[in-house]
Design a protein around this ligand. Sequence first.
Ligand code: IPE
Ligand code: IPE
Ligand code: MG
Length: 248
Amino acid sequence: MLTEAKLKQKQIPRHVAIILDGNGRWAKKRMMPRSYGHEQGALNVKRVAELCKALGVEVLSVYGFSTENWQRPKDEVDFLMDLPKRFQERYDEDTLEEKVKMHDIKVVFSGRRDRFNDYNRQLINEIETKTKDQTAFTLNVCVDYGSQHEIITAAKGVAKDVQVGALELDQIDESRFETYLYTKDLPPVDLLIRTSGEQRLSNYLLWQNAYAEFYFTKTHWPAFRKKALYKAIKAYQNRNRKFGKVGT
Ligand code: IPE
Ligand code: IPE
Ligand code: MG
């Protein structure tokens, strides 16, 4: 049986990113509305974050809403773009013991902020400010996130800095470019997990996944619990990461 202790004997990925897919299918199987799947999916983020933290993962990125998800029915979009509020409400209701578990988690958000309503935008900013010094573990919540939009925004930032003379053309390299991305303070992704069977990136962390190991599972996101996570980490530990070199 896979245990936390056993996994810790080998290299733990510093940055795990998960495409949280299959909420809708999970709910449908239970003859429940898609929103129920999203709610249970959101609750599962907390569980998996705690498990990752206990394993010694430094950063967990989760993809909760993509720039393409605006094409879904309005009620579903409204529900998903309101998740920060629902999340906060749940947290407020948590017991002290539950709150302690979240205590040293720094929460950051990646994605556009201009399309949230004022309440959720302010909430996101508040959560980031409140948790900014809690550095034991970072939860990077990607909402209204699209990697191509992120890269274009970064390119515009670079162009602007060149234009005003703050940056020389020769100074632009990979590490400089990264400082214009949402993830500027985070290490690159080591392990990318996608639940629910699809094997595609759907515009997620295209730059940051450059050398990530990919892991796909048929398990729907709300059902992705400890055993499934440990299996993914174990698979990662059996990979031979070469980064272009000859390898071992
Ligand atoms: C993932 O679940 C959550 C979001 C994309 C917001 P889906 O809503 O994509 O679930 P399926 O793929 O329809 O089952
Ligand atoms: C990707 O899931 C986006 C998120 C998980 C937030 P989708 O369900 O939207 O992706 P596609 O449409 O199947 O590629
Ligand atoms: Mg989906």
